[in-house]
Ligand binder design. Structure first.
Ligand SMILES: Cc1ncc(COP(=O)(O)O)c(C=O)c1O
Length: 427
């Protein structure tokens, strides 16, 4: 069977909700996605059958041990981590990054250099700026090209040096939607002897992610962006994690993953995250058989999940193409990201725009009153918004379709937008 969006939509109870007689159109997905039924079921199961702390000699504790073991194994499959012990859970990407930065900081000293980018979400910027402030590190900035919305890797070569200890880069921008060549960036960083921290929050929901292929040292993501609950996930290269000093309390385990999983985990969150990954596997098994061959280096759930991600990427590229073509018809509208359709595979379907003389707040508000959900503002991509010259003018309107959205929904958005912009022109 090939991709069947109607079958997909049946899995998501939230997609059929109506408000004031109008169906919801969820295009706010880069800020958080809806969840399929399996996620709710796994979380409910965890809260009813496995509601205990880990490691006890009784049934509910044994159940939660199994839930957590499966969650680690599912997360390892999603990211193709070498082992389920190489993946840790935590509250969210921001908290996990702030936490890990303390351990990384113990290995750095004044004068060491770190590289941050002008495109990244602030969660992959400020934790490192704070560390730099604490330790006297030197920050070097990787700029992006304001016309192509991509990094120029020769600019990276210019700022990498034997003093570079860490390169922090996003997999995909939550503002422009650019999909960065993290593999090339990590290779360059590695040959300079630096560690790499990849913010996968906006790439993992859209592309097959293989930490072994990317060859990064750390990669963080968030399950609520990929159809799971609010749950952070972080991969760390084993030898690096073991060389760091975990910031933990004394009775906590000394080994991975427990050494970095501070306090009692959200077991139900981990259960739900595993549910989302099993949902991808279901897509792989039932709709993405054509994508198995290119993932023949994987097996079992990992192969099904990665086949699904490749299939979803192609479907989403169709949505992005349709959306870009429609937006390009609107006078005064500027897409703040890649809009050349020949480069559609270098972006995720998160599409931000500005309209000359209009405010993103007014547009998002007007769309909201049509029950079309979008975001406006800088979306925490402070550096990118500043570079694009839109920080002071209210940022962008961000439209972020995912694999459960349809071409018909994109048309509804475009029609509504047409009317909203025409109303402004008539006023
Ligand atoms: C690219 C990117 N990185 C990091 C984050 C922060 O993730 P979390 O909410 O899990 O802390 C977000 C949230 O929108 C994001 O889009």
């Amino acid at each position: 069977m090939t991709y069947d969006v109607e079958k997909i939509r049946e899995e998501f109870p939230a997609l059929s909700i109506e408000d004031r007689g109008r169906r919801r159109i969820y295009l706010d997905n880069p800020a958080g996605t809806q969840v399929p039924r399996i996620v709710v079921e796994r979380m409910t199961h965890c809260l009813i059958e496995a509601n205990a702390n880990v490691g006890g000699y009784f049934a509910s504790s044994a159940n939660v041990d199994a839930v957590m073991a499966d969650a680690h194994s599912a997360a390892a499959d999603l990211l193709n981590a070498p082992s389920s012990d190489d993946v840790i859970f935590g509250q969210n990407m921001t908290t996990m990054t702030l936490h890990l930065s303390r351990s990384i900081g113990r290995e750095l000293s004044a004068g060491d250099e770190i590289i941050l980018t002008r495109m990244d979400h602030d969660a992959n910027v400020t934790p490192w700026m704070l560390l730099a402030e604490d330790l006297g590190l030197i920050i070097k900035w990787l700029p992006f090209n304001l016309q192509t919305f991509e990094f120029d890797l020769s600019a990276l070569d210019d700022i990498l040096s034997e003093k570079t200890r860490l390169v922090c880069v996003g997999g995909a921008s939550n503002l422009t939607g650019t999909l960065h060549d993290v593999k090339a960036i990590c290779a360059r960083a590695k040959s300079a002897g630096a560690w790499t921290f990849v913010d996968g929050v906006q790439s993992v929901p859209h592309v097959s992610t293989d930490v072994q292929d990317i060859d990064c040292d750390f990669l963080a993501c968030s399950a609520y962006k990929f159809f799971g609950p609010h749950q952070g996930i972080l991969y760390g290269r084993r030898e690096v994690m073991e060389s760091l000093t975990p910031y933990k309390v004394r009775p906590a385990p000394d080994s991975m993953p427990g050494a970095y999983e501070t306090g009692t985990q959200s077991h139900e969150g981990a259960a739900g995250a595993a549910g989302a990954i099993d949902y991808f596997a279901w897509i792989g098994e039932t709709m993405a058989q054509d994508y198995y061959a290119r993932n023949s280096h994987l097996s079992g759930r990992a192969q099904a999940v990665h086949a699904a991600m490749d299939c979803l990427f192609d479907y989403e590229a169709g949505l992005a193409t349709h959306l870009i073509k429609g937006l390009q018809q609107m006078p005064g509208l500027r897409i703040q990201g890649i809009s050349d359709l020949r480069a559609i595979d270098r972006r995720v379907p998160t599409i931000s725009f500005t309209v000359d003389g209009d405010s993103p707040d007014r547009i998002a508000r007007a769309l909201g009153s049509e029950n079309i959900f979008t975001w406006n503002g800088h979306n925490y991509a402070l550096e990118a918004a500043r570079e694009l010259g839109i920080l002071e003018s209210g940022g962008v309107v961000r439209v972020g379709p995912v694999h459960y959205n349809t071409l018909a929904e994109i048309d509804e958005l475009l029609n509504a937008l047409d009317k909203i912009l025409a109303r402004r022109d008539a006023a």
